[in-house]
Design a protein around this ligand. Structure first.
Ligand SMILES: [Zn+2]
Ligand SMILES: [Zn+2]
Length: 234
C-alpha cells in the first residue's frame, strides 16, 4: 500500500499500524515519525512516487520516542542523511533504542488489552542519533514553518507539530482517530495527557494527522473542540 494524499503537500505513509507523514516543501521533503521497524521501503517508495529521490528527504521530525515511531528511523537516516529532531525528554529513548518508560493503559477495557498487545517497554529498537532537540513554542524554519507544541502525557517528550502554511496539525499519539477521536493506548501521566488534549483543542487548524488512525482533511479543530474543548455552560 502506498502513500495517500491528505491535503496538498502532505502524504500519509503506512508504516504498519502506525502512520508517518511526508511533507513536500519548497526546500525539500520532511518526514514526521518513522513507524515500526523494517518499514523504510514504504517511505522510499512514497518519495519516489512523488518523482523525488530519497536524498531529497532533509528532515525527520519525531513526535516522540516510542518504538512504533522510531522503528525505521536508523535505516531511513542511513539512506537519506536526513537531520533528526526530537524533544530532549525522549532523546535518551531514541539514542539507546530502549528500554522505554512504562505506560498505564488508558481508561477502558479495550485500552487494557491494546496497551499490553502493542506496547512493550522492554522492546529494543535500532538506536538513532538525534541532531536537534525541540523546544515548546519554537517554529522550525522548515517547509514554511513548523510549530512545536510540547504535549506530554502519553510520553514525557511528546510534541505535536503544526505545519503553519497549510494549517495541518500532526497530533502524534496525543490522541488517535480509529473510531473517531479517542485516547492513545496508554499514558505515562493521564492528567498531563488530558491537559495536552485540551491544549490541542484550543488551537486553530484545518487538517490533522495521527500516529494511529485516519487523517482528517478539513474542519479538524472543530472535532477536537467537540471532544476536549471547554464546554460552554448551558
Ligand atoms: Zn506512543
Ligand atoms: Zn504510537
Amino acid at each position: 500500500m502506498g502513500a495517500k494524499l491528505v491535503i496538498n503537500g502532505v502524504h500519509v505513509v503506512p508504516m504498519g499500524m502506525a502512520n508517518a507523514f511526508l511533507i513536500e516543501g519548497h526546500d525539500g521533503l520532511t518526514l514526521i515519525d518513522a513507524g515500526f521497524p523494517r518499514k523504510e521501503a514504504a517511505v522510499f517508495q512514497s518519495i519516489r512516487g512523488l518523482g523525488r529521490s530519497p536524498e531529497q528527504l532533509k528532515h525527520l521530525i519525531f513526535t516522540h520516542g516510542h518504538p512504533d515511531h522510531i522503528g525505521s528511523a536508523a535505516a531511513i537516516v542511513r539512506e537519506t542523511g536526513a537531520k533528526t529532531y526530537m524533544h530532549p525528554l525522549d532523546i535518551p529513548l531514541a539514542e539507546s533504542g530502549g528500554p522505554f518508560r512504562p505506560m498505564t493503559p488508558a481508561p477502558g477495557l479495550l485500552a487494557q488489552v491494546l496497551c499490553r498487545l502493542f506496547f512493550d517497554p522492554d522492546e529494543r529498537m535500532e538506536p538513532v542519533t538525534i541532531n536537534q532537540p525541540l523546544s515548546d513554542g519554537e517554529i522550525l524554519p522548515i517547509a514554511g514553518g513548523i510549530e512545536v507544541i510540547h504535549t506530554p502525557g502519553h510520553c514525557a517528550g511528546h510534541v505535536a507539530l503544526l505545519w503553519r502554511p497549510r494549517r495541518m496539525l500532526f497530533a502524534g499519539d496525543v490522541c488517535t482517530n480509529l473510531m473517531g477521536l479517542g485516547d492513545p493506548v496508554g499514558f505515562e501521566s493521564l492528567k498531563e495527557g488530558r491537559a495536552s488534549q485540551r491544549k490541542l483543542a484550543n488551537l486553530s487548524f484545518d487538517a490533522a494527522g495521527f500516529g494511529h488512525g485516519k487523517p482528517i482533511a478539513r474542519d479538524a479543530s472543530a472535532q477536537f473542540r467537540y471532544k476536549w474543548g471547554q464546554k460552554l455552560a448551558a
